[in-house]
Design a protein around this ligand. Structure first.
Ligand SMILES: [Zn+2]
Length: 91
């Protein structure tokens, strides 16, 4: 079973700190830092996009809402690039 790590970040849409489970080895095999990790949570569902460094510390985060029903596709870096390219609300 994959080892997990819990990180915490304040979500200004939920107005609370959310616990986010990420694989403990998430930073392995990354070519650059910080890298993006997208957590999807809440009701209505929205994205909390985290920028993580090699120690899995959160450098920065942004919120993206109105993500529709196909949110699972964004749970990887390719999805992140799709997100950047397809959303004019993402600056
Ligand atoms: Zn939230």
């Amino acid at each position: 079973m994959e080892k997990m790590k819990t990180i915490f970040e304040y979500c200004s849409l939920c107005k609370k700190t959310v616990a986010i489970m990420i694989p403990a080895n998430l930073a392995m095999n990354k070519d650059f830092f910080p890298f993006a990790y997208i957590d999807v949570h809440g009701n209505p569902v929205h994205e909390l996009i985290l920028f993580l460094d090699a120690n899995l510390s959160i450098r920065s985060s942004i919120i993206c809402k109105d993500i529709g029903n196909d949110f699972t596709r964004n749970r990887n870096e390719d999805g992140f690039h799709d997100l950047v390219n397809s959303r004019n609300t993402f600056k």
